[in-house]
Design a protein around this ligand. Structure first.
Ligand code: HEC
Length: 131
């Protein structure tokens, strides 16, 4: 049964690594775009489309990463958003979603944002997938 033993050893090593990873409390959670899609659906989709140029209550968030704030065509942004000078990247999106009215006072985005940092990270990972 040498063949079986040879096969089993790496399998056991793999299991051990898996167990160690699962039991390491300090391991930072990786952002999960799929989980972020669910957060988007729950907290954002009522006002934002992920489809290019589709306005719901707010502007489309397709291609939002890399875009200047207030720059989606044909959306009537608040003066505050247009004047914010923000460029949307992971950092600015995080800050905005954490507390929209703190990040951009007088934005007319009527959303409290997302309180949970892990959910925010997932959401931003999802937003970066929207082209
Ligand atoms: C109640 C409706 C509503 C909800 C819910 C909402 N938004 Fe908004 N959002 C808006 C509006 C309206 C604007 C334009 C704000 C302005 O011009 O000041 C906006 C603007 C934005 C912008 C700036 C876009 C640009 O083109 O500059 C981002 C980014 C954004 N929202 C992300 C989100 C995310 C992520 C969520 C979910 C956590 C969310 N929003 C939830 C209505 C909403």
């Amino acid at each position: 049964m040498i063949e079986v033993a040879g096969f089993r050893r790496p399998l056991r090593a793999g299991l051990a690594v898996g167990v160690i990873l699962a039991l390491t409390p300090a391991a930072p959670a990786l952002a999960d775009a799929r989980a972020g899609a669910a957060v988007f659906k729950r907290d954002c989709a009522v006002c934002h489309s992920a489809r290019r140029n589709e306005i719901v209550v707010g502007p489309s968030l397709a291609g939002v990463v890399g875009r200047r704030a207030g720059a989606a065509a044909a959306f009537p942004y608040s003066a505050a958003m247009k004047a914010s000078g923000a460029v949307w990247n992971a950092e600015s999106l995080e800050a905005f979603i954490a507390a929209p009215r703190k990040a951009i006072p007088r934005t007319n985005m009527a959303s409290p944002g997302v309180a949970d940092p892990g959910q925010r990270r997932d959401l931003v990972a999802y937003l970066t997938t929207l082209k």
